[in-house]
Design a protein around this ligand. Structure first.
Ligand SMILES: Nc1ncnc2c1ncn2[C@@H]1O[C@H](COP(=O)(O)OP(=O)(O)OP(=O)(O)O)[C@@H](O)[C@H]1O
Length: 269
C-alpha cells in the first residue's frame, strides 16, 4: 500500500502541537523505522496513521485516498496496528487472538469459518507459536504475546503494518528473528512502519528511517543517512560511534561512548 503523509499536524485537545508539518511517503516492500526520544510523538503519529486520532491539519493518503474519509471497517481490513504494551482484557487463547485478525473480514454477525481458522493457524505456525494455540494469551510471556499479535496481523492480511515498539519485550534472538520476519513480509509486498528505541534496528532492518524530535523530523532518509553520530547525539544527547561491521561493509552498528566524550572534542585519526 502506498502511504503519503502531507504537512501533518496534530495536537491533543488543550495541548500544544505534538508534531507539525510532517511529510513522508511509504511504498510497498518498505520497512520504515521511526526513532525519537520518549514522549516525542511516535505513538501519536501511529494512531493518526490508523485513523484513531484526527489530524489538526494536513492529509494522510492511502493509495491516493484521504484516510479521513475511510470507515473504521475499511481501515481495519487494510491497516493493522499493534499498540505498545497490548494486554487483552479477556483470557483469549493464542488461537482466538490470531482469529481476531479475521474480524474485519467477517460479516456483521459472522463467525470465523474454516478458511479463517486455517489462516490463523498458518500465521501462528509461521511465527513458531502454533504450540501455544490453546494457551490463554494472558498466561504467556511478553515476547510470545508479541509473536501471537503479529500472527493476528498476518491473518488479517492487511497491507500496511503499524507496530509500536514491537521488539520491546523480545529477547535478543527473538528481536533479530522478529525484525527479519518484518523484512520478509515487506519483500512479500507489505508496507511496515515500526517505532524503536534502538538505532541498530533501523540500521539492520529498515529501508527508511526517521528521527522525530520536537515535533519535526530531524532527518528522514536511508538508515545510514539518519543514524549518524551527530544526529543521534542531537536526538538523544549521548555520544556514539557508528561502526562498520567487518563481515559486511553495508552493515553498521551504533555504539554509545562514555559520557565525558560529549564534552571532549572528537579525536582525529
Ligand atoms: N491522550 C493524551 N492526551 C494528552 N496528551 C497526550 C496523550 N497521549 C500522549 N500525550 C502526550 O503527547 C506527547 C507524545 O506522546 P507519545 O506517546 O506519542 O510519544 P512517544 O514518542 O510514543 O513516547 P515513548 O517513546 O515514550 O513511547 C507526550 O508529550 C505525551 O505526554
Amino acid at each position: 500500500m502506498k502511504l503519503q503523509v502531507r504537512d501533518a499536524t496534530f495536537a491533543y485537545p488543550g495541548s500544544r502541537e505534538v508534531f507539525r508539518g510532517l511529510s513522508f511517503d511509504m511504498t510497498p516492500n518498505e520497512v520504515f523505522c521511526l526513532l525519537g526520544p520518549n514522549g516525542t510523538g511516535k505513538s501519536t503519529l501511529l494512531q493518526c496513521l490508523d485513523g484513531l486520532l484526527p489530524l489538526a491539519s494536513g492529509k494522510i493518503l492511502l493509495d491516493g485516498q484521504d484516510l479521513s474519509r475511510w470507515g473504521r471497517r475499511e481501515i481495519a481490513r487494510r491497516v493493522a496496528f499493534i499498540p505498545q504494551n497490548h494486554v487483552p482484557v479477556f483470557p483469549f487463547t493464542a488461537l482466538e487472538v490470531a482469529l481476531l485478525g479475521r474480524t474485519p473480514h467477517l460479516g456483521i454477525f459472522g463467525s470465523p469459518g474454516k478458511r479463517d481458522q486455517h489462516l490463523a493457524e498458518e500465521a501462528l505456525d509461521r511465527l513458531g507459536v502454533l504450540p501455544l494455540r490453546d494457551r490463554p494469551y494472558t498466561d504467556i510471556s511478553g515476547g510470545e504475546r508479541q509473536l501471537v499479535l503479529l500472527a493476528s496481523v498476518l491473518a488479517q492480511q492487511a497491507e500496511l503494518l503499524l507496530l509500536d515498539e514491537p521488539t520491546a519485550h523480545l529477547d535478543f534472538g527473538n528481536q533479530t528473528r522478529f525484525l527479519r520476519t518484518l523484512g520478509t513480509l515487506a519483500r512479500e509486498g507489505l508496507s511496515v512502519l515500526l517505532t524503536s528505541h534502538v538505532p541498530d534496528h533501523a540500521l539492520s532492518s529498515a529501508s527508511t528511517a526517521a528521527i522525530l524530535k520536537d515535533g519535526r523530523f530531524l532527518r528522514c532518509g536511508t538508515p545510514s543517512e539518519v543514524v549518524t553520530e551527530s544526529l543521534i547525539r542531537e536526538a538523544y544527547g549521548v555520544a556514539v560511534r557508528v561502526l562498520e561491521v567487518p563481515e559486511n561493509p553495508d552493515m553498521r552498528t551504533c555504539v554509545p561512548l562514555p559520557e565525558e566524550t560529549l564534552t571532549k572534542p572528537r579525536p582525529r585519526h
